[in-house]
Design a protein around this ligand. Structure first.
Ligand code: HEC
Length: 148
């Protein structure tokens, strides 16, 4: 391998390491502190779903990504209207929105295969973890949120 390409791979490795460090994952111990058992179960299952379906974009710590992806952590837009947030998770979102005073305008794809129970678990996780208080969403509530 030529010295130039060695330098290049070294550089790639550095970028990779820095990228990993920038995503400080939320502290899972916080979930263990949840008092209500059902809320805790939903939040733990929701965390897995979040890592699988959402963290690529919104990041593990919910901080979003620069001016492209809005945060979920302490996000006024997400918290002020839970029904709208449930519909965004199922159907996606297009067009300009303002989150915590910052404008975003990139399409988010929907998740048509997520079941109501999975959206309930996801919503319980993101609202409890990043909304400041324990918040349980039931399947019935999610079905009401998603009803046309
Ligand atoms: C491909 C990247 C991507 C993925 C994956 C993704 N989102 Fe988003 N999300 C976005 C973008 C971009 C917006 C802003 C949409 C706009 O500007 O109209 C957004 C907006 C939102 C909002 C409303 C704005 C806010 O920050 O309060 C919520 C809530 C949300 N996403 C939750 C989720 C959840 C939960 C998941 C996983 C089920 C998810 N998103 C998966 C890119 C993504």
């Amino acid at each position: 391998m030529s010295p130039a390409s060695l330098r290049f791979f070294w550089f790639l490795g550095l970028v990779w390491v820095m990228g990993c460090n920038s995503k400080t994952p939320e502290d899972p111990k916080n979930l263990n502190r949840i008092k209500d058992l059902k809320t805790k179960q939903y939040a733990i299952a929701g965390r897995e779903l979040y890592i699988q379906h959402c963290s690529n974009c919104h990041q593990k710590d919910g901080a979003g990504l620069g001016l492209l992806i809005p945060p979920l952590k302490n996000a006024d837009y997400m918290l002020e209207n839970p029904a709208r947030s449930a519909r965004i998770i199922r159907y996606g979102l297009k067009g300009e929105i303002v989150v915590n005073g910052q404008t975003y305008n990139q399409p988010m794809p929907g998740n048509p295969t997520l079941k109501s129970i999975e959206i309930a678990q996801l919503m319980t996780y993101i609202f409890t973890n990043w909304g400041g208080e324990e918040t349980l969403y039931t399947v019935d509530e999610i079905n009401q949120f998603l009803a046309p």
